[in-house]
Design a protein around this ligand. Structure first.
Ligand code: ZN
Ligand code: MN
Length: 453
């Protein structure tokens, strides 16, 4: 059973509770700071309205219920990256509750979507020689990230393998990019992932290794949970899950129960390593944030936010298939990024008067991957028309080449007629050598087959 917590940094202009710029990527450390985000005594937080609206936008897009009343809470813990000694987060009244994301074969339930602030960034220096610092091991703190708006999305433990988690993450990333609320750039740490993994034990007491052994009572949660912290790539999250399944199976097969703990992903060793035993919610001593009053929304405010949500990838894909009669596969590629989808639609519109079909436009965009920033849709229409023309010429040339090859290779032709269809590959190769180096191989097989009938 696998659940996932995802932290997504919003790309608002300012931070969550102060006026500092939230655009800190690549900036000189500790230059985007003020008394509020440095946690100095006596400062007061002022919530960022846009960040809250964006959090609700995400919640609504993930099919969550958004209640009319919500509030912030303090999550207390002591760590150098948290200057106030607590993080302003949401505990029992998050902005979004009980949503879902639809994967190809199953629905992943979303438990909650809440708003919080990011921590400062710690850089640990081990064994560094520095004449000014006596100690060899030290940590540096950059407060530029402290207080940047962060949305946390928590799923129910509905995943059964790493593949489903990857599919979910791709969808989630697409959705927040469509909403234009986060760059969701993994390299920059805009999205941080924390899977929790535990194995259900079948009645025979064996770790569940395959589908046939899956216990029927799915609601029966295993008596432990292992969380892997702060992973910053889709590939690593998949690897960490696969590693954990192996590690926990081995422990369970010995008749023992894995420890309830937090582990980290060690990129170099390609494995998870124990960090600390997992804390419970009561360890954080949550209580309502006294400096921010509860937030009340009128229904009209929520429906206003809802009305700003653009057409999302799933509906866009379905519409493309319906409206343009293109295959689902093509539509899926075209809607991956909103800018590509818009580009496709505009090109179809511009190509109409030249009798270009949506399928021709889709083929060109998918196969030739034009630079959509440099080629405007009208220019692309011209390009597609030119290719269509050269294709006609290609066909004549191609038929001629096939004729020649068949004449020169009577043995292969004979073999083919006797049923040795594998000689087709040989003939295709021969035909290719007679064509210009970059010509497409589309239709060669079909034409040879036709000529041999
Ligand atoms: Zn600040
Ligand atoms: Mn969090």
């Amino acid at each position: 059973m696998i659940g996932l917590e995802t932290h997504i940094e919003l790309k608002t202009k300012s931070k969550m509770f102060c006026a500092c710029s939230a655009d800190y990527s690549g900036r000189e450390p500790n230059t985007h700071v003020c008394p509020v985000c440095l946690g100095l005594p006596g400062t007061l937080p002022i919530p960022n309205k846009t960040a809250i609206e964006w959090c609700i936008k995400i919640a609504l897009s993930l099919n969550c219920n958004v209640s009319n009343i919500s509030k912030f809470d303090r999550k207390n813990y002591f760590y150098p990256d948290l200057p106030k000694g607590y993080q302003i987060s949401q505990y029992d009244e998050p902005f979004g509750l009980a949503g879902w994301i639809q994967l190809k074969d199953k629905r992943i339930r979303i438990r909650r979507v809440h708003m919080e602030e990011d921590t400062a960034k710690l850089t640990h220096q081990f064994g560094t020689q520095n004449s000014k610092l006596k100690t060899q091991n030290f940590s540096l703190i950059d407060f530029n990230r402290s207080g940047v708006p962060l949305v946390e999305i928590v799923t129910e433990p509905d995943f059964e393998n790493a593949g489903e988690v990857t599919e979910y993450l791709q969808k989630l990333q697409q959705i927040v990019r469509y909403l234009d609320v986060s760059n969701a750039d993994m390299e920059k740490g805009d999205m941080r992932l924390e899977p929790n993994i535990s194995l259900a034990v079948s009645e025979q007491g064996l770790a569940v290794g395959n589908k046939s052994q899956q216990p029927k009572a799915k609601s029966q949660l295993p008596p432990y949970k292992v969380e892997v912290k702060n992973i910053n790539s889709f590939r690593f999250v998949a690897k960490a899950i696969e590693e954990e399944i192996v590690r926990q199976s081995e422990i369970l097969d010995k008749g023992e129960t894995p420890l309830q703990e937090t582990r980290g992903w060690d990129e170099n060793k390609n494995t998870t390593v124990s960090q600390r035993t997992k804390e419970e919610a009561h360890d954080y001593r949550y209580f309502p944030e006294p400096d921010i009053p509860p937030i009340r929304f009128a229904d009209s405010q929520i429906s206003n936010i809802k009305s700003q949500i653009p057409e999302l990838p799933d509906s866009k894909r379905e519409r493309f298939v319906r409206e343009y009669a293109i295959p689902v596969y093509d539509a899926e590629i075209l809607v991956r990024e909103r800018s590509d989808a818009d580009y496709f639609e505009q090109t179809v519109k511009d190509g109409k008067k030249h009798n270009l079909t949506p399928k021709q436009v889709a083929n060109y965009i998918i196969n030739k991957k034009p630079n959509i920033e440099k080629t405007v849709p009208a220019e692309l229409v011209e390009l597609i028309l030119v290719t269509q023309e050269t294709k006609e010429l290609d066909k004549e040339e191609l038929e001629h080449a096939i004729e020649l090859v068949l004449e020169e290779n009577p043995k292969a032709v004979e073999d083919y007629k006797k049923g040795k269809t594998q000689v087709l590959g040989f003939l295709i190769g021969k035909v290719r050598t007679l064509l210009p180096p970059n010509s497409s191989s589309e239709g060669i097989r079909e034409l040879i087959e036709q000529s041999l009938k």
